[in-house]
Design a protein around this ligand. Structure first.
Ligand code: CA
Length: 252
């Protein structure tokens, strides 16, 4: 059973979500603010109470004290890579960008439709689930046709561990950073549009500000490029989107 943490100060929303997610078969806990959530999600909790292993977090942006952006950022900085579904205000598209920048994996605008929220959450958990499967079994899931490890230019991406190893450094990737990289690598050499990234990687169909993608690309460049401002692997294709090149020296 997947364990989900809902971080929302509006009690009736938190209760409604908990009720509906439990009806869907999830095990749900709630936190009324960011501080409580950070404590529950801490890898080495100070409290004696053993912390639970959460599979996903539904994180509201508008919270008393630390807001959702701060909470997401602190979690990522602390090495906590649990998938985060952020609840953003529909009237503020910049929230979506800020959310992705802070380390959120996906978002649902508020007021949300329950079916959409459940579908997005399910999507995040499904990706996480096959990661767990590919980690524990030697069998390769069908989606994992790329293989679990990809090597290029002296760098190694281990998709089963969400790790990028480069030089002596290991970078922990979030679920969606890894998914985005996987998609770009799968389409190596071909330009892919921001729209198709949003649709194929995030499963977003509605009008979304595609600049959200650019924030992810900036982060990925920081990980894989020796000089992120002059990328040689993750290239911008003007007017289209991006193109991944594994071996820039191959004269393509
Ligand atoms: Ca709120």
């Amino acid at each position: 059973m997947s364990v989900v943490l809902i971080v929302e100060d509006e009690q009736h929303i938190a209760d409604g979500l908990k009720f509906n997610l439990e009806a869907e078969g999830y095990d749900v806990e709630t936190a009324p603010d960011g501080e409580t959530a950070l404590e529950l999600l801490a890898k080495n909790p100070k409290r004696s109470k053993p912390s639970r292993q959460f599979d996903a977090v539904v994180l509201d942006v508008m919270l008393p004290g630390k807001d959702g952006f701060e909470v997401a950022r602190e979690l990522r900085q602390a090495g906590q890579y649990v998938p985060i579904l952020m609840l953003t205000a529909r009237s503020r598209p910049e929230d979506i960008l800020r959310g992705f920048e802070a380390g959120a994996d996906d978002y649902v605008p508020k007021p949300f439709e329950l079916a959409i929220l459940i579908a997005r959450l399910h999507g995040l958990l499904r990706r996480r689930e096959w990661l767990r499967l590919s980690r524990s079994s030697s069998e390769t899931p069908a989606q994992n046709a790329l293989g679990e490890v990809f090597n290029f230019s002296g760098k190694t991406i281990d998709f089963s561990k969400l790790e990028l190893r480069t030089g002596g450094r290991t970078v922990q990737l979030t679920l969606m950073e890894a998914e985005l990289l996987r998609y770009l690598i799968k389409n190596e050499g071909r330009p892919v549009s921001r729209q198709s990234l949003l649709e194929d990687v995030w499963g977003l169909r509605e009008d979304t500000d595609t600049r959200a993608i650019d924030n992810f690309i900036v982060r990925l460049r920081r990980y894989i490029e020796d000089d992120p401002s002059n990328p040689i692997h993750l290239l911008t294709v003007r007017g289209v989107g991006y193109r991944f090149v594994a071996d820039p020296g191959s004269g393509e």
